[in-house]
Write a protein that binds this ligand. Structure first.
Ligand code: KG4
Length: 338
């Protein structure tokens, strides 16, 4: 029998609801919050207020677009963490209320599992999905991890950042260049016009599969500071080359550990996920590495790289099948690993 899951995502600054039927996507509605742009970053209190305004219309629209009646939903999957506490509370409370009203199970989803399992969102019955085990490079605004996925509900972290995430490196460096938030997509666009060999920034020397981006960020900052002393227009005159060189350094750091993990495990199916996996350079580097070595690479559609409820619904689908239900009293958690 088919399973219909309503997914709800509210961990940061996107309010999203999606409906999947046996992982086939019936709807995926996302309301992005523009209110933060003026502040150069997400303001938690404004985010939770915007979620409160958006959640009812977003969920109603997702159910309407899916062409189902709410009584047909088998379970509600919601992001329980990690994320901003106030934002998570909105989605969690709404999911609980609706599950109680419909008298259906509630399934809590780790947001990071959502990114890792986004490759199981089927646009139609024929969408190809990864086989297990696969290695996923999870790169978002708050996390950079190499995850070994043994089964939908069985994941191991092989490595992770010991300080900043890759997305933070993009965003913070963009901020010091005076670029708008979030900086990742802006750097990506600028990098296409620049010379990636022009500037050299520090790369970390960390054991194992762990990442570090704070040294790179500091070295970027020092380069700008020193050059600005000589030429106050340095950033404006060199922004494309700065963006291209920064992006290349971040990609080199990411690929160094990811390819080490691929070689060491011998796993032939890999995937990328999270907001930074939208980056053109990251996508090209992964595709190129894999095509030369007959490794099957799953690169998500850009819509499924940033926060969306479709991935939460799909991750919820697998938890529902394993009967991993959530107690109605379960609180959201702001910090959690895989
Ligand atoms: O996964 P996500 O939407 O949110 C978290 O769960 O953290 O990721 C957001 C991050 C931001 O740091 C943003 O700058 C980055 O993803 N990002 C990009 C690109 N698009 C989004 N970074 C580099 N290139 C992009 N094209």
């Amino acid at each position: 029998m088919s399973v219909i899951i309503l997914g709800i995502e509210s961990s940061c600054d996107d309010t999203s609801a999606a409906v999947v039927k046996d992982c086939v996507l019936l709807s995926n509605v996302i309301a992005s919050q523009r209110v933060h742009e003026a502040y150069g970053g997400v303001v938690p209190e404004l985010a939770s207020r915007a979620h409160q305004q958006n959640i009812v219309p977003v969920v109603s629209e997702a159910i309407r677009q899916a062409g189902i009646k709410k009584e047909e939903i088998d379970a509600i999957a919601f992001t329980r963490g990690p994320g901003l506490p106030g934002s998570l509370h909105v989605g969690t409370s709404f999911a609980k209320g609706l599950a109680l009203a419909l008298d259906i199970p509630l399934v809590d989803v780790n947001h990071l599992h959502g990114h890792v399992l986004a490759h199981f969102i089927k646009e139609d019955e024929n969408t190809e999905v990864p086989t297990f085990p696969y290695l996923c490079l999870l790169i978002s605004g708050g996390n950079s991890q190499i995850v070994k996925v043994n089964a939908p509900n069985d994941m191991e972290i092989m490595g992770q950042t010991i300080d900043d995430a890759a997305g933070e490196a993009f965003d913070k460096c963009a901020k010091v260049m005076g670029l708008p938030y979030p900086g990742g997509p802006v750097i990506d666009k600028l990098a296409a016009e620049g010379d990636a060999t022009r500037f050299k920034f520090a790369k970390p020397h960390i054991q194992g599969y762990d990442y570090s981006f704070s040294g790179l960020k500091t070295s970027f900052l020092y380069t700008l500071r020193d050059e600005m002393k000589l030429n106050p227009n340095f950033i404006e005159e060199n922004k494309a080359d700065l963006a291209a060189s920064l992006q290349k350094t971040i990609i080199d750091v990411l690929m160094n550990k990811f390819t080490k993990a691929i070689k060491d495990t011998g796993i032939k199916t890999i995937a990328i996920g999270g907001g930074v996996s939208a980056n053109s350079g990251v996508r090209a580097a992964v595709e190129q590495y894999c095509s030369r070595r007959r490794i099957k690479a799953f690169i998500p559609k850009r819509t499924f790289t940033t926060d969306n409820a479709a991935m939460i619904a799909v991750a919820g689908h697998f938890r529902y099948l394993d009967k991993q239900f959530c107690d109605i009293a379960a609180p959201p958690f702001s910090r959690v690993t895989i």
